[in-house]
Design a protein around this ligand. Structure first.
Ligand SMILES: [Zn+2]
Length: 145
């Protein structure tokens, strides 16, 4: 018989949330009842963008809000983002933050959200159709920045 564990629940949440390269750490409701999802990448190392030497030294973790597709209504997504310390002594860059295909450097929204906005603006599809559609978000105009 299947016995649920915390790990199994988080894996299930990650599968449902379906943001490539990320895993769900926690989901909560804030005081107003809005849903928040906390995610991280499972990366154990990263290459320095300057010297390309890999490092496994995490300097610190920061919390960055990223805008993502609605999931049966709006969801606030928080990325627990790693700042890596470059281990190469001759490198001028002391630290750097992680980035992914879904959230490139300096991006504030996911690639999948950007793709949906571009498709909607070009008339190829409605912006929030599919499993992520909600009446709450249908009337809103997307904001690309
Ligand atoms: Zn470096």
């Amino acid at each position: 018989m299947f016995k649920p564990t915390v790990e199994a629940a988080l894996e299930a949440a990650s599968v449902l949330f379906n943001l490539p390269e990320y895993r769900v750490l926690a989901t909560v409701r804030d005081e107003a009842g809005r849903r928040e999802v906390f995610v991280e990448t499972p990366a154990g190392e990263a290459a320095c963008p300057s010297c390309e030497v890999f490092t496994a030294r995490v300097h610190q973790r920061t919390q960055q809000r990223i805008r993502d597709v609605p999931f049966d209504g709006l969801v606030t997504v928080w990325w627990i983002k790693k700042r890596w310390r470059c281990g190469e002594t001759r490198c001028h860059r002391a630290t750097f933050t992680e980035s992914t295909e879904q959230v490139p450097p300096r991006a504030r929204l996911t690639t999948r959200l950007k793709d949906r906005i571009v498709a909607a603006l070009s008339g190829r599809s409605a912006p929030w159709t599919g499993s992520a559609a909600s009446t709450e978000s249908r009337g809103r105009r997307p904001c690309v920045s």
